[in-house]
Design a protein around this ligand. Structure first.
Ligand SMILES: [Zn+2]
Length: 353
């Protein structure tokens, strides 16, 4: 059985002050790694590896108030990031960096109300329970968001489920008006509180209230992540086969701001569907979105009556001039996505199949 890594994220209730302090010490270690690299560069020495950095920082745990595993994790992450970025050295971490305290999976364990680490219990808000019997892996860290809240990101290894038999398939059209439309005809809308936050954000931005803007940004990010998780999990539980369009916001959204927000939401939704599908034994496929809203899903024609491109984005419903079938624009697109996928066979309730 194959395994994959998943991250469970918990908001930390207690000891935030301690984490702020540890984050400053963690920055110090990171910057030390950076200085070491600069020094090696200057004197033409071999670039230190994560192992070398570990040796150089050994014994500093008590003085810095950091767990020795945390110092190791920072050194290793530094070496990894540096070689991934292919740069001689990286950016220094300072007051403006979002707080980050990594740790080794072996140094933390679950308690009834939180997690025990470095001699203390960090209580967390209960959200999703860790899968029973999972081992906590390296890559686990505490991180602070723009609002100053701390989160504990627990990395665990879960086994990939055996593939399920494919009975029910679904096509998903991601959109501007509704978040998503399913080939079953269901519409998934952005939750109300998310929309409320977004209009608040727009107001704060217009008023140039910087602190408030940051604060709302963080709340939106959390609310959206939660919404995407729940939506993706619901879909993976219901359907064995999931086809999603490879849409991106270029050409759809009016402003570059809206574009990046939409793109980020769509791609993290596709990512979540992908890994949740693996964990639950469902099949996930990204299919070509081109003309999916223009082809009639009933007769396959590209009729004259179709909505054409961006100019016709306002057209929500249309009748195929070739076969007379009535279409909701987005449901038709979702059905086409399902038809284009590799698993069109056992699909129920779709006219024309
Ligand atoms: Zn037709």
């Amino acid at each position: 059985m194959v395994a994959m890594l998943l991250v469970y994220r918990y908001r930390v209730k207690s000891l935030n002050g301690l984490l702020n302090k540890q984050a400053r010490a963690a920055n110090f270690v990171w910057n030390f790694c950076n200085d070491t690299h600069k020094h090696a560069l200057k004197w033409g020495k071999r670039w230190p590896s994560g192992f070398d950095l570990n040796k150089l920082t050994a014994g500093s745990s008590k003085e810095l108030g950091l767990h020795a595993g945390t110092i190791n994790a920072i050194c290793e992450q530094y070496a990894k990031s540096r070689s991934a970025k292919k740069r001689p050295f990286l950016r220094y971490r300072g007051r403006r960096s979002l707080g980050w305290v990594p740790l080794k999976g072996r140094d933390i364990r679950k308690t009834p109300n939180g997690f025990h680490f470095h001699g203390r219990e960090f209580r967390v808000f209960k959200s999703r329970d860790l899968p029973a019997g999972t081992k906590i892996r390296d890559g686990t860290n505490f991180s602070r968001d723009a609002r100053g809240n701390w989160f504990l990101n627990i990395t665990v290894e879960v086994a990939e489920a055996d593939a399920r038999q494919i009975n029910a398939g679904v096509g998903i059209d991601l959109g501007l008006k509704d978040f998503a439309t399913l080939s079953t005809g269901e519409k998934i809308v952005n939750p109300k509180h998310l929309r409320r936050l977004e209009s608040k954000l727009a107001m704060a931005q217009r008023a140039k209230k910087k602190r408030q803007t940051t604060h709302i940004h963080a709340r939106i990010a959390n609310a959206r992540r939660d919404f995407l998780h729940k939506t993706a999990l619901g879909i993976v539980r219901r359907f064995d086969y999931i086809a999603v369009g490879n849409v991106n916001a270029a050409g759809l959204a009016k402003t570059s701001m809206a574009k990046s927000v939409l793109d980020a939401g769509w791609s993290s939704f596709r990512n979540m569907l992908g890994y949740k599908a693996i964990a639950h034994g469902a099949v996930f496929e990204e299919v070509n979105e081109a003309f999916s809203s223009q082809v009639c899903s009933s007769c396959g024609a590209l009729p004259d009556s179709r909505p054409k491109g961006i100019a016709d984005l306002g057209i929500r419903a249309w009748v195929c001039s070739s076969c007379g079938c009535e279409h909701d624009r987005d449901v038709n697109a979702a059905v086409n996505l399902l038809l284009r996928s590799g698993h069109r066979a056992p699909v129920e309730g779709i006219p024309g199949l």
